[in-house]
Structures are given as C-alpha cells and as structure tokens.
Design a protein around this ligand. Structure first.
Ligand SMILES: Cc1cc2nc3c(=O)[nH]c(=O)nc-3n(C[C@H](O)[C@H](O)[C@H](O)COP(=O)(O)O)c2cc1C
Length: 261
C-alpha cells in the first residue's frame, strides 16, 4: 500500500490487483475496493438485530474495508420478510450498537441500509394486520426476481394518501438519525429491487394522479424527498443512494415520458 506507481518496479506494477488498491469514497478512505453488499439474513428475531450478528459482520471486516448492512426497516410498516432487522425502535438501536462496535474494532467502515418494503409485504407483517402501504393499490402479480406467480405471498396494498407521504419521508429521516446514534458511519437508502422507493419510480407500478406521478419528475419526487430529508438530518457525506441496478429498463420511461429521454 505504501508503493506509489512512480516508485514501483515494472514487475510490481504488473502484480498490483486493482481491487486491492485504496479508494477515496467522499470522506472515507477505503483500503481496498471489495465491498460487503447488503444481504438480508432473516436472523433478526422479532425485527431486532441479534448478538450473533457482531460475529457475522466482524468476520467480514477488514481494516479500511467497507460494509453495507442488511436492509433494515425504517418503521413498523416497512417489513416484508420474517426476522429482518429494524432501526426504528430504541431496542433496535441499542441492539445494533455492539454489532457496529465489533466492525469498528477491526477498522471497518459500516453503513446501515434503510429500507421500506412497500407492497412487497403482506398483512401479517403489518401493524394490526393492515394492508401494506405503497404508491398504488395494485397487488404484486409475480414474485420479485424469479417470475414465479405467488399472489398469496403479497396481499393487496393500500395506496398512500398524498398527505401521508411526508410521514414516510420523516420515518427515513428518523431512521437515519437512529443509525448514526447506533454508531454507523452512514446510511444507504434502499432505492432498488422493487421496494417502496422503486415502486414510486416505476411507471408500471405508480398509477397515482397527484404530484407523485404523471411524469418522471413527479415519480422521482418521493425518493428525492427521502434523500434530502436524510441528507439534511445526518449530512450528505454519509448518504448513499442506489437505484435499480439489475433492471434499469424497468424505470419504464417509455409510456409517459417519450423520445427526449
Ligand atoms: C441472500 C441475499 C440477500 C440480499 N439482501 C439484500 C438487501 O438486504 N439489500 C439489498 O440492497 N440487496 C440485497 N441483495 C442483493 C445483493 O446486495 C446484490 O445486489 C446482488 O446479490 C447482486 O449483486 P450486484 O448488485 O453486485 O450485481 C441480497 C442478495 C442476496 C443473495
């Protein structure tokens, strides 16, 4: 790591593995470019991170390495799978602390992934058995990722009223504050994979008739409000925002925003 390109011999240059070279990510100095992707483990019983996660994450930590934690629900309406962690209650924040400490003790940089499943859920995960919330009341027809029809898995969602949307934005903001309190170095806002932010973005899903749909700018409004609220809360230098990486075409800009894009 101390060698620079100028002082290295030709043979040493040939041996450099790009993935193992340092990278400056905003204010963070990463010692290499291998990142632990966010990966749901479904072992956070009752939505509370468990002590064994400290071992799990520290095993995957290197000095100066970057880790993104598994998707963590921002509110009691955010969940859609069994035993995924949350970051909205005091108990969850306290439970994350030793896990984050374990990563920091090995020199890792650790971001919390903030997540709302939206309609990728069912009444069983929702408070008082209510319908999951979304930008739409259209139910998911196919299982995400594998195209297997599984309508039983997802119950019909409830379309959020326009005046409710700022409350969801606020949930993200509070969750970000909680993540920093738990010791995380920053947050990643989950904007992909068909979850709530992605549901607002996609015109195949978003069928609203208010300022949150109608054109691409309107469909971006809710995700951008979330990004701004979170950045205002904890500082933009601590915020990552991935969009749908696997299926960019699914942004579906063809129907209502033609040719210019
Ligand atoms: C078991 C499993 C759980 C995952 N959980 C999450 C998650 O919680 N959040 C997320 O953004 N992506 C999740 N993913 C997606 C991965 O982070 C990653 O994006 C995916 O495996 C594809 O890798 P790529 O984005 O480098 O192509 C998960 C993937 C797997 C295999």
């Amino acid at each position: 790591m101390t060698n620079t390109n100028d002082t290295m011999t030709e043979k040493e240059k040939e041996e450099v593995i790009p993935l193992l070279t340092p990278y400056k990510m905003g204010n963070f100095n990463l010692s290499h470019r291998i990142v632990l992707a966010p990966m749901t483990r479904s072992r956070s019983y009752n939505f509370v991170p468990q002590p064994h996660a400290a071992l799990y994450y520290s095993q995957r930590t290197t000095k100066g390495g970057f880790l993104i934690g598994e998707a963590s629900g921002v509110s009691e309406t955010a969940q859609g799978y069994p035993n995924t962690p949350g970051i909205w209650t005091r108990e969850q924040v306290e439970a994350w602390k030793p896990i984050v400490t374990a990563v920091h003790e090995k020199g890792g940089i650790f971001f919390c992934q903030l997540w709302h499943a939206g309609r990728v859920s069912n009444n069983g995960f929702q408070p008082h058995g209510q319908p999951p919330i979304s930008c739409t009341d259209k139910r998911i027809q196919k299982d995400i990722g594998n195209d297997v029809a599984s309508t039983d898995r997802y119950t019909p969602p409830r379309r959020l009223r326009t005046d409710e949307i700022p409350e969801i934005v606020n949930d993200f903001s509070i969750a970000a504050k909680n993540a920093i309190e738990a010791g995380f170095d920053g947050v990643e806002i989950h904007g992909a994979n068909g979850y709530l932010l992605d549901q607002f973005l996609k015109d195949k899903v978003n069928d609203r008739d208010d300022e949150y749909d109608g054109n691409l700018e309107n469909r971006c409004r809710f995700p951008l409000q979330v990004v701004k609220a979170v950045a205002d809360e904890i500082g933009a230098d601590k915020v990552l925002q991935p969009l749908d990486r696997t299926h960019p075409q699914k942004l579906a800009i063809r129907r209502r925003v033609p040719k210019v894009l």
